[in-house]
Design a protein around this ligand. Structure first.
Ligand code: IMP
Length: 453
């Protein structure tokens, strides 16, 4: 039985809270794409854990797997594992030997490419997290990447590094004019220094028995009757194939990524549940169109400021303030189709309490035509004017008490809003988030209980 959790919007939908909640019913939690660009905050008994790579389930003692579709920065991996240990937890994390390694030069390249785009004012700066995600996936597709399995064999590691470093150094120098040996980044391109550090990483991974053949490992666990939860990172609109290209991340957060990025078949993933996580409004960190953005005038900007403050809308990884907008249904319809949602969880409805007005974008006007899904090009999306439907607002209530009582205790206007979203995405409501703590999620159905896969 599998449950796949997918971000329906632009990332930061509050997936961590649901992964954490349902991860407790899983035996294995698998990340299938991305790397330490993800930021998951898990609150457990008043304790807050900020994780960017280790699967959130680790807070609960579930086995966490970083699948072959992930890009893994070993420095982040060990610092998060060590940090959790210092706080008394004992995370069991396995890493696919086919996953790719983020090396220090990938971060340097991420930074200089973004800086170059910003300098020439071309408008193509993505606003990446600077974690080296794009350059690592580029090396993977370019067949010059270093995989976790390569770290375990010093001869192979040296060979891979010799080739990859010379290529990436040539790019840094030739394309970006970086004088590598004379810069603060010299070590990042030094084969000997890299070999020294990363062969030790390989030793620690081997000593701790952390590496797995992901497909085989998960297949066996499934045969043994284990429940597997796939933890998507980022969101549909920044998927490299289905998102707002080029303002995207370099992997597939959508549900198909769970099969490719783990080595379990599409029939296995598809016969389980696929739950889209929706934030009750929209936030975006990084560049790109956002038709419903609240930035038109002072009143909208002050509304965005209020929502940002109340919702804590600052990047978990970068601390950047997030852009804020009304809920965008064309995005959600697209997300539901691409991943095949069976259910949705709608988060942060508490943040919208007490507003004077509440709007949902139900379609767009594009060049005089009404459309109901996201156009395929950024240029067309940029020209879209949102068509809004007004909703009744709801007042501030004691959300903890509401969460304890259950769905029927939600204000009627909130239920109308939630049910409208579910209807438009053609999926059942599985949960409603009314606050950050695990107890502040109202569960209508547990996908592990509804799935007979
Ligand atoms: P990258 O993944 O660091 O290459 O960044 C590419 C784009 O994805 C940028 O717009 C980032 O802000 C965005 N992004 C990456 N990870 C996340 C995330 O976890 N939440 C929200 N946006 C993200």
């Amino acid at each position: 039985m599998t449950v796949t959790i997918v971000g329906s919007q632009l990332g930061d939908e509050g997936k961590g809270a649901l992964v954490d909640r349902w991860g407790g019913d899983a035996d294995v939690v698998v990340r299938y794409q991305g790397g330490d660009n993800a930021g998951h905050t898990v609150v457990e008994g008043g304790e807050e854990y900020k994780l960017s790579l280790v699967p959130s389930g680790a807070v609960r003692g579930t086995i966490g797997v970083l699948g072959n579709g992930c890009v893994v920065n070993p420095r982040t991996l060990f610092s998060e594992i060590d940090g959790l240990r210092e706080r008394g937890l004992d995370p069991d994390v396995r890493v696919a030997r086919r996953a790719h390694v983020i090396l220090p030069y990938h971060r340097v390249l991420d930074g200089i490419e973004e800086a170059g785009k910003a300098d020439d004012d071309s408008g193509v700066e993505v606003g990446t997290t600077g974690r080296g995600i794009g350059p690592t996936y580029e090396d993977k597709a370019g067949r010059r990447g270093v995989r976790i399995g390569d770290l375990l064999d010093p001869d192979v590691l040296r060979d891979r590094l010799e080739y990859a470093v010379s290529h990436n150094r040539a790019v840094a120098e030739g394309v970006y004019g970086l004088d590598v040996s004379d810069s603060e980044h010299a070590e990042a391109f030094d084969v000997d220094a890299l070999f020294e550090e990363f062969s030790k990483v390989g030793e620690r991974l081997a000593d701790d028995g952390m590496t797995v053949n992901c497909s085989d490992f998960l297949h066996r666990r499934r045969e043994a009757g284990d429940r597997i939860l796939f933890e998507g990172a980022q969101g549909t609109s920044i998927d490299v194939d289905h998102g707002n290209y080029p303002f995207v991340t370099s992997s597939n957060p959508t549900a198909g990524g769970a099969a490719v990025g783990s080595g379990l078949g599409v029939t296995t993933v598809g016969s389980g549940e696929v739950v889209g996580i929706v934030k009750a409004y929209l936030s975006r960190v990084g560049a790109g169109p956002m038709p419903t953005e609240l930035d038109g005038d002072d009143r909208e900007e002050s509304l965005a400021d209020d929502i940002r403050e109340k919702g804590g809308e600052f990047g978990t990884v970068t601390g950047r303030p997030r852009r804020i907008g009304w809920l965008d249904l064309p995005m959600l319809r697209h997300a539901s189709r691409v991943s095949g949602f069976t259910g949705v969880a709608i988060n942060h409805v508490d943040v919208l309490a007490g507003l004077e007005e509440l709007r949902v974008c139900v379609g767009y006007e594009l060049d005089g035509e009404r459309i109901d899904t996201v156009p395929t090009t950024t240029q067309r999306w940029e020209r879209c004017e949102p068509v809004y439907r007004e909703f009744d607002t709801w007042s501030e209530v004691d959300w903890t008490a509401v969460a304890a009582e259950g769905y029927e205790a939600l204000p009627e206007a909130t239920r109308t809003y939630v049910e409208f979203v579910a209807e438009e995405t053609d999926a059942a409501v599985y949960a409603v988030g009314v606050g950050p703590d695990r107890e502040e999620t109202i569960e209508l159905a547990n996908p592990f209980e509804t799935s007979d896969a």
